[in-house]
Design a protein around this ligand. Structure first.
Ligand code: PGA
Length: 251
C-alpha cells in the first residue's frame, strides 16, 4: 500500500554538465519506471538543468536543503518559493546539516512547515550517532527527533512527508545497519510515533526510507523488510549503474 521510494542524495557532487550527463545515462531505464518513485536530489545549481532533463518522465526531483522564509536578507540561502518552481521534494535535517551547519530539530521543524505551506514534500532525516547507538539510546533519540521535527503538522500535511531513518554511523562508512536492526527502528520506534501523532491510517501510510551505505549488494534485503519503504542513497546514487540497481531492488 506504500509506494516504495528510492531517492538519490548527490550531496555536494556534480556540476551542470555532469548532472545532465548522469541523468541522461540513467534515463533510458528510469524514465518510465513503475511501482517505485524515483527521486534525484542534485545540488541547487543543477536543479534547473535536471528539470529540463526529466520533464517528460516519471523521475522526480528534490533539493537537499532549504531556508524557511519566503524571501529576504538571508545571503546564500534558497527559499521554498524558489524550490517550488524546480522540484517536488526537499531533504530536510540531513545529519550532515545537523552536524556541520548547526541545524536543530527546531530549525528542521520550521523548514518542514514552510515546505508544506508551499506544496513541497519534505524528506525528513533522523538518526542516532555512533555514541548514542552504543549508549543504547537509539529509540529515545529517534523518537525525540521525529516528534520535534513533525510538531504542529496536521494529518493532511503529514501525508506529504517521507521520513528517512539514517543512522549517522552508517552514512558513507560502508557499514549499513542490518536489515532487521533498521526495520526494528522503522517498525517499533518510528511507525508507532507516526500513528500516535497522526492516527493509524495516516501513520501506516507514511513512507519510512532507510539511508546509510545502501548498495546494490544489500538493498534487496533492506527494502524487503516490512517497514523499510525504500532508501535515501548517497554514494551509490552517483553512478548510473548502481542507482539503477537500487531502483530495481525496490520494485
Ligand atoms: P551513503 O549516504 O549512501 O553514502 O551512506 C546516505 C545519505 O547520507 O543520505
Amino acid at each position: 500500500m506504500r509506494t516504495p521510494m528510492v531517492a538519490g542524495n548527490w550531496k555536494m557532487n556534480k556540476g551542470l554538465y555532469e548532472t545532465r550527463d548522469l541523468i541522461r545515462e540513467m534515463y533510458p531505464v528510469l524514465h518510465a519506471v513503475e511501482g517505485v518513485e524515483v527521486v534525484i536530489c542534485p545540488p541547487f545549481v543543477g536543479l534547473g538543468v535536471a528539470k529540463r532533463e526529466v520533464e517528460a518522465s516519471t523521475i522526480k526531483l528534490g533539493a537537499q536543503n532549504m531556508h524557511w522564509a519566503d524571501s529576504g536578507a538571508f545571503t546564500g540561502e534558497i527559499s521554498p518559493t524558489m524550490l517550488k518552481e524546480l522540484c517536488e521534494y526537499v531533504i530536510l535535517g540531513h545529519s550532515e546539516r545537523r552536524a556541520m551547519f548547526g541545524e536543530t530539530d527546531e530549525t528542521v521543524n520550521k523548514k518542514v512547515l514552510a515546505a508544506l505551506a508551499h506544496g513541497l514534500k519534505p524528506i525528513v532525516c533522523v538518526g542516532e550517532t555512533l555514541e548514542e547507538n552504543q549508549s543504547g539510546i537509539t529509540a529515545e533519540v529517534v523518537s525525540r527527533q521525529v516528534r520535534a521535527d513533525l510538531e504542529g503538522l496536521n494529518q493532511e500535511q503529514a501525508e506529504q512527508v517521507v521520513i528517512a531513518y539514517e543512522p549517522v554511523w552508517a552514512i558513507g562508512t560502508g557499514l549499513a545497519a542490518t536489515p532487521e536492526g533498521a526495520n526494528a527502528v522503522h517498525k517499533d520506534v518510528i511507525r508507532p510515533i507516526l500513528r500516535d501523532m497522526f492516527g493509524e491510517t495516516i501513520g501506516d501510510g507514511m513512507r519510512i526510507l532507510y539511508g546509510g551505505s545502501v548498495n546494490p549488494g544489500n538493498a534487496a534485503e533492506l527494502f524487503g523488510q516490512s517497514d523499510i519503504d525504500g532508501g535515501l542513497i548517497g554514494g551509490a546514487s552517483l553512478k548510473a549503474e548502481s542507482f539503477i540497481a537500487l531502483v530495481k531492488a525496490a520494485m
